[in-house]
Design a protein around this ligand. Structure first.
Ligand code: SAH
Length: 353
C-alpha cells in the first residue's frame, strides 16, 4: 500500500479532505509520511537548506542569538531551542560558534522539537558531544528565557487554502475524479478568521492560513515576553499571504503535489504577519531579506577568513556557497528573517524594529 492508496480509501469512505489534512498526511503520516521515512536533505535528497550549504549560516545565527542573550544580562539558566532541526547541522554550528561566549554554554539547556524519528536520530548523532533533549512541542519548553531558531520549519506546516467568492470563501480540498486525487472546492461560506482579507482580495483570489503555527508562536512569544530571550525565524514567504503557494519538490525539481504524496517534499510560503500576531506580546523586527541580515552580521569578512585556508575546488565551492546564501537572485531575497524579542529589549543583531 502507498500513501496515495491510503488517501484514496479515506476519501472514498469520508469524502474530500482539506489541503491542510492532505499536507499533514503527506509529510508526517506515521508509516508513509515524507519526513517520517527519510532524511530528505542534501545533494542526494530532494532539497537543501542554508545550514547544509555553509557553516557560516549557523555561525552568524548563533552569534546573533548569543549577543541578544548578552545584551539582556546573560540570564542563567536559559533554553537554547530549535524547531525542525533537520540533520542537526545548524545547532552544531551554533554551539561551535558560541563556545567562546563567556557563560553561554554553561547556562544553556539545549532543546530540539522534531517530529521525525529518522531526523531525531540524525540530530542526536550530530550533537553527540553535547547534552540535548528532544521534546514534542513548544508547550513543553520551560518557563525560562528562550533563545530559539527555526530555519525552514514553518514552511513545512500544513496550510488551509480559501478561494474568495463574493463576501464568502470556498475552501480548497482534495477529492477524487475517476479514481485520481484532484483539487476541488467546498460550498461557499463565511470565514470569521478571514474578515480582514475582504479588503485586499478579489473574487477568485486564494489566501492561505496555517492553523498549526499559532499555538507554537504563542508558546514562544509568551516565554520571550515574560522571561526574555530572542527568536530568529527564517523562511520563504511574505508579510501577508496571497495566492496558492503549495509546492512539491523531488530531486530538487518541482513536481505535482498530488502525484505521489509522501514521496516529495511539500511546502507553502510563510505568512509573517500571522506569525507576529500570534507571538504578541513579544515584539517583532521588520521582515528582513536573508542576504541583508547575513551581510549586516559580517558574512563577507567571515567568508574571506575561511577562504584564506582553502584552494582549488574547495575554494570554488566556498565562494559559490557565500553567493548562494546572500545573492538576491539566489536565497538572499527569497528567504526572510524575522526576529522576536521582549518589547523593552533591542532586536537581535542583523535586524531592526
Ligand atoms: N531546519 C533544518 C531542516 C528543515 S526541513 C535545516 O534548515 O536544514 C523541516 C524540518 O522540520 C525537518 O526536520 C522536519 O522533520 C521538521 N518538521 C516538519 N514538521 C514538523 C512538525 N509538525 N513538528 C516538528 N518538526 C517538524
Amino acid at each position: 500500500m502507498s500513501l496515495r492508496d491510503h488517501l484514496i480509501a479515506r476519501i472514498t469512505s469520508q469524502g474530500p479532505i482539506t489541503v491542510a489534512d492532505f499536507m499533514g498526511e503527506a509529510l508526517l503520516h506515521p508509516i508513509y509520511g515524507y519526513y517520517t521515512t527519510r532524511d530528505p536533505l542534501g545533494a542526494a535528497g530532494d532539497f537543501t537548506t542554508a545550514p547544509e550549504i555553509s557553516q557560516m549560516f549557523g555561525e552568524l545565527v548563533g552569534l546573533s542569538l548569543a549577543q541578544s542573550w548578552l545584551d539582556q544580562g546573560a540570564p542563567n539558566p536559559f533554553t537554547l531551542a530549535e524547531l525542525g532541526p533537520g540533520r542537526g547541522t545548524l545547532m552544531a554550528d551554533i554551539v561551535r560558534a558560541t563556545a567562546r561566549v563567556p557563560g553561554f554554554h554553561a547556562a544553556a539547556r539545549i532543546m530540539l522539537i522534531e517530529a521525525s524519528p529518522t531526523l531525531r536520530a540524525a540530530q542526536t548523532r550530530a550533537l553527540a558531544a553535547h547534552s540535548i533533549e528532544h521534546i514534542d512541542s513548544t508547550d513543553a519548553l520551560p518557563d525560562a528565557p528562550l533563545c530559539l531558531v527555526a530555519n525552514e520549519f514553518f514552511d513545512a506546516l500544513p496550510v488551509r487554502q480559501f478561494q474568495r467568492d463574493g463576501a464568502g470563501w470556498r475552501e480548497r480540498n482534495v477529492g477524487l475524479r475517476d479514481g485520481v486525487l484532484c483539487l476541488g472546492l467546498s460550498p461557499v461560506g463565511p470565514q470569521a478568521s478571514l474578515m480582514h482579507r475582504l479588503d485586499d482580495t478579489e473574487d477568485g483570489h486564494i489566501v492561505e492560513t496555517c492553523p498549526a503555527a499559532s499555538p507554537i508562536l504563542k508558546a514562544i512569544g509568551d516565554r520571550i515576553a515574560s522571561h526574555g530571550g530572542a527568536a530568529l525565524i527564517i523562511d520563504y514567504g511574505d508579510w501577508r499571504s496571497l495566492g496558492d503557494t503549495m509546492q512539491a519538490l523531488r530531486n530538487h525539481e518541482p513536481v505535482d503535489p498530488l502525484a505521489d504524496p509522501g514521496n516529495a517534499d511539500l511546502t507553502a510560503h510563510v505568512d509573517f504577519e500571522a506569525l507576529c500576531a500570534a507571538a504578541a506580546p513579544a515584539a517583532h523586527s521588520r521582515v528582513t531579506p536573508q542576504g541583508i541580515f547575513l551581510e549586516r552580521l559580517g558574512i563577507t569578512a567571515r567568508a574571506q577568513a575561511l577562504a584564506a585556508k582553502l584552494d582549488g575546488p574547495a575554494l570554488e565551492a566556498h565562494i559559490a556557497a557565500h553567493r548562494r546564501l546572500t545573492h538576491p537572485e539566489e536565497m538572499g531575497n527569497l528567504f526572510k528573517v524575522l526576529g522576536l524579542f521582549p518589547d523593552h529589549a533591542a532586536p537581535p543583531p542583523g535586524l531592526e524594529r
